[in-house]
Every structure is written in structure tokens, then in C-alpha cells.
Design a protein around this ligand. Structure first.
Ligand code: KG4
Ligand code: ZN
Length: 331
């Protein structure tokens, strides 16, 4: 069964074809980063307009790469939330139009649930329970997964998301947008021990806080403007990774997790990927660290989740709307 997935919740216009919820036949992402970079963040109106211009071409590319045409699409899935309302509307409207024209089901997909699915895309027989650390520009969540659609949120951020902290620190260091990739690259050559930044809430439950860390970087820059930016980046990254991995370890202990999974844009971070692999080895667990293009926003995860939701819950009505503040469905 070929599911066409469409993702337009933020600044990536993406389409993918996934067969039977696991075989990725195409996975096309058109990033709008260049359009938003000079504003230092995503501008919602620019995002919606760009999605509108890009979506048909991206869908066409996804079908062409998969080697199929519309007559071989068996269902269409799209992200209905959470995300920017105007941006979501473009993908959802495109998906409904294709579903209606092709006479196939439309499935509305929760973007957060889709990030969790990266684990099954890699290994359909992954050992449960698993704990997912979902870290993106908009979310920082620790989720216990006991089965399909059996999710428990163990912790989340009380202020900034992890990716947001990267983006804000990059902005104050004048490194441009998005901040994660450039700080990650600088961190590789910098001295992670140059400054001992705070580890907010490290020993304090499973929730996260990142706004104090960002302020600590600001104070450090004011105190010593001559410190090499690579050292600041490496020290900042060390603090973020330290907190994320400590919480992941605590969450895994709490629910007896057999598998550790990371997802979301910050899961592309080389320091975090290495630290999670090490944690798994140390604690006798398996780490599932998806390839970077399945961590950042993509439509393969939307198609795979759509396939599962269709099998369990059936199609979504064509008058279903978008839900900008949608939460992860929990039992
Ligand atoms: O999941 P994503 O592509 O979009 C959503 O926010 O849903 O995540 C984007 C975030 C941005 O904040 C970006 O700075 C961060 O992920 N990011 C990274 C890296 N690559 C992207 N953060 C740290 N290290 C990276 N290598
Ligand atoms: Zn995302």
C-alpha cells in the first residue's frame, strides 16, 4: 500500500511515498531556510506562501522518484498539527484535494507522533518499551512508548525548546539561522571545558529548562568578548547534551526502557548522537539513532504514521481542519 505523505507544519515543504508503513520509496524535502535566514527565524506568512508555491512540485518529485503516478497512490496523509496554522493549511488542503481527486482516503497526522515513528521506520520489530527524546525547534519531550499509539509524556521543557536555545544562542553569537548546525560544527573544534555553563534542572525531575543557559551564554560573552566563539559553542553544546542525556538516562531507568530513541531536528546533533550511543552501550540498551534526514522534519514519517493510523482508526473526514496546538495523544 503506497501512502503519499505531505509535511508543511513549519519551514520545510516535504512529500514522500512510503510503502506499507516502512519502505521509503521517496523522501523529498525543500527547505525554506534561505528565505527565513535574514529574519533570524521562521516568518509564518512567508512560510505559508512558500509552501503554496512549492507543494505541487515537491509532491510531483516524490511520485517521480518513487516511480509511481497518482493512480498508484492508495492513501494521502498530511500533518494537521501542531505547527503554524497557515503553513499546515497548505499541506492539508493539498492532501485532501489529491485524496478526493484520486478517490483514496485522507489521513490527518499528528507531527509529534510522526517524529516518534522514526524508530519503526528503522526497525519494525524494535524492542519495547522505548523512550524517545524528541528535541526540535518547537518541542522538547521525553516520551515513553509501550506500543503503537501508547504514549506517556514523562517530561517536557518549562520554557525554551532545545532547538530554540541553539537558535537563540546562535543569534547572540551572530552565527545566523538556524543555529544548531553551525554551533554543532564549531563545537567540534572548540574547547568544551572553556566555560562551565549551568546545567539547568539536571537533577530535578524529567522536565527541562533552557532559558537560563541562554542567558548564561549572554553574560559570558559580555564578561569576556575575546573568548573564541568555537569555545563558547563547544561549552554551550556540552551543557545541552549533558542535560539531555542525563534526563534520557533517568527516564529510561524509570520505565525500564529497552531501547533509546532520539528524534527532531536537534537529534541531528553530532554530540548528542555520540552521547546517546555511549549511554546505550553503558546501560546495556539499544540506541536507535535515525539518519539525520529522518530526525529533521520530513514527510516519510508522516506517510508511515498515516499508514498506521489508517489501519487502526480509518480515514479522517475531508472536513477535518488543522490544529496548530495539537498535543501528543496520550492514554
Ligand atoms: O525538527 P526540526 O527540523 O523542525 C521543528 O522545529 O519541528 O528542528 C529544527 C531545529 C532548529 O532549532 C535547529 O537549530 C535544530 O533543530 N538543529 C540542530 C542541528 N540541526 C538542526 N540543533 C543542534 N545540532 C544540530 N546539528
Ligand atoms: Zn518537527
Amino acid at each position: 500500500m503506497n501512502v503519499l505523505g505531505i509535511e508543511t507544519s513549519c519551514d520545510e515543504t516535504a512529500a514522500a511515498v512510503v510503502a506499507d508503513g516502512r519502505e521509503i520509496r521517496s523522501n523529498v524535502v525543500s527547505s525554506q531556510v534561505a528565505l527565513h535566514a535574514r529574519f533570524g527565524g521562521v516568518v509564518p506568512e512567508i512560510a505559508s506562501r512558500a509552501h503554496l508555491e512549492l507543494v505541487n512540485g515537491v509532491v510531483g518529485d516524490a511520485l517521480a522518484i518513487a516511480g509511481i503516478d497518482f493512480s498508484e497512490v492508495d492513501a494521502v496523509a498530511a500533518t494537521c498539527g501542531p505547527g503554524l496554522a497557515g503553513a499546515l493549511l497548505v499541506g492539508v488542503s493539498a492532501a485532501k484535494a489529491i485524496a478526493l481527486a484520486c478517490g483514496v482516503p485522507y489521513v490527518a497526522v499528528n507531527h509529534l507522533e510522526a517524529h516518534l515513528q522514526a524508530a519503526w521506520l528503522q526497525d519494525p520489530d524494535v524492542a519495547l518499551p522505548l523512550v524517545v527524546l524528541l528535541v526540535s525547534g518547537g518541542h522538547t519531550l521525553l516520551v515513553e512508548v509501550r506500543g503503537d499509539a501508547d504514549y506517556t509524556v514523562l517530561g517536557q521543557t518549562v520554557d525554551d525548546a532545545a532547538g530554540e536555545a541553539y537558535d537563540k544562542v546562535a543569534r547572540l553569537l551572530d552565527l545566523g539561522y538556524p543555529g544548531g548546525p553551525v554551533i554543532d560544527r564549531l563545537a567540534e573544534v572548540g574547547n568544551a571545558r572553556a566555560v562551565r555553563f549551568p546545567r539547568p534542572m539536571r537533577h530535578d525531575g524529567l522536565d527541562f529548562s533552557f532559558s537560563g543557559l541562554k542567558t548564561a551564554v549572554l553574560h559570558q560573552v559580555r564578561r569576556d568578548p575575546s573568548m573564541p566563539v568555537a569555545d563558547l559553542a563547544a561549552s554551550f553544546q556540552a551543557a545541552v547534551v549533558d542535560v539531555l542525556v542525563a534526563k534520557l538516562a533517568a527516564a529510561a531507568d524509570r520505565c525500564g526502557a529497552r531501547t533509546l530513541v532520539i528524534g527532531g531536528g536537534v537529534a541531528a546533533n553530532s554530540g548528542l548522537r555520540a552521547a546517546v550511543a555511549e549511554l546505550a552501550t553503558e546501560t546495556g540498551r539499544r540506541a536507535l539513532v535515525p539518519p539525520r534526514d529522518l530526525c529533521t522534519d520530513n514527510a516519510a514519517m508522516i506517510a508511515a504514521t498515516g499508514w498506521r493510523r489508517l489501519g487502526r482508526d480509518g480515514p479522517s473526514p475531508l472536513d477535518a481542519g488543522v490544529a496548530p496546538s495539537l498535543a501528543l495523544p496520550t492514554g
